[in-house]
Design a protein around this ligand. Sequence first.
Ligand SMILES: CC(C)(COP(=O)(O)OP(=O)(O)OC[C@H]1O[C@@H](n2cnc3c(N)ncnc32)[C@H](O)[C@@H]1OP(=O)(O)O)[C@@H](O)C(=O)NCCC(=O)NCCSC(=O)C[C@H](O)C(=O)O
Ligand code: MG
Length: 285
Amino acid sequence: MDPRQRPYRSVLYIPGSKERALDKARSLPVDAIIFDLEDAVAADEKDNARETLKAALAQGGYGQKVRIVRINGLDTPWGRADAEAVREMDADVVLLPKVGEAADVDALAAITGDLPIWAMMETPRGMLNAAQIAAHPLLTGFVMGTNDLAKELQTRFRADRLPMMTSLGLCLLAAKAEGLIAIDGVYNAFKDDEGLAAECAQGRDLGFDGKTLIHPAQVDIANAAFAPSEAEIDLARRQIAAFAEVEASGQGVAVVDGKIVENLHVATAREILAKAEAILSLQAG
Ligand SMILES: CC(C)(COP(=O)(O)OP(=O)(O)OC[C@H]1O[C@@H](n2cnc3c(N)ncnc32)[C@H](O)[C@@H]1OP(=O)(O)O)[C@@H](O)C(=O)NCCC(=O)NCCSC(=O)C[C@H](O)C(=O)O
Ligand SMILES: [Mg+2]
């Protein structure tokens, strides 16, 4: 499956040091995994985590899940060794934290070669440089780091995420302009299903492809929120059929459920059906 077309509804962080979680993730219905060497791993565990992760990826068993390794920043004592190790791992993507400018991506690419790179977008400087970062030729995805961003912006938590909206919007604009995958930040209260569902719905409304998660209990909620609903699939089919009918009679506008349907709406309808099919094909294994 084309990596840009495949679903990224659920993207689960797993601490690279936790063997039990690394094993459990093999059977979880997530679309992608971020194997973390950064914030989820304590300083004195960093070297062990790198080896533990390398062994887990070599053992395999992650099926069609996209395997993303988040390294430590290249300005930390562990970043360079992480980047060199990722080059030797069975990974699909390397994720660089706290990206501030496109030169940070260049510095990583000098070590990891042509491995696709995703950027953690989580600093004020990164927000202001989102467009130049997104345009980097090896960059294929953005992940919002809303915890670091809240810290840097000195915002308070709000359920409506109003203090985050400028940052989320800047990154989405940059990602969409360059055709990148855009994944929303984590919801820290991993036992609050209702709050997570609301934040997933908001992220989907904004245009994110999926949500980063921290616990297996969050997976089903994200998978449901970022998949086309039955109602959306039904509407998409009816829009395509109605437009085909008016087009055959030489007209350019159909009406479905009292709303106009033009060729651009048909393009969106086709994307919805393609996404639903991609999800079915993933589920079929
Ligand atoms: C939050 C946790 C510390 C909770 O762990 P725990 O108390 O072990 O939870 P449970 O007992 O409920 O776990 C049940 C089983 O599920 C497995 N498990 C737990 N978490 C994961 C996971 N993330 N992936 C896979 N499997 C997981 C446990 O092993 C149990 O398995 P079993 O015993 O076999 O039944 C913990 O969930 C956790 O560490 N989560 C990840 C935290 C993390 O990765 N943080 C860093 C990313 S967030 C971030 O940095 C974002 C960004 O940078 C920003 O700035 O915003
Ligand atoms: Mg962070």
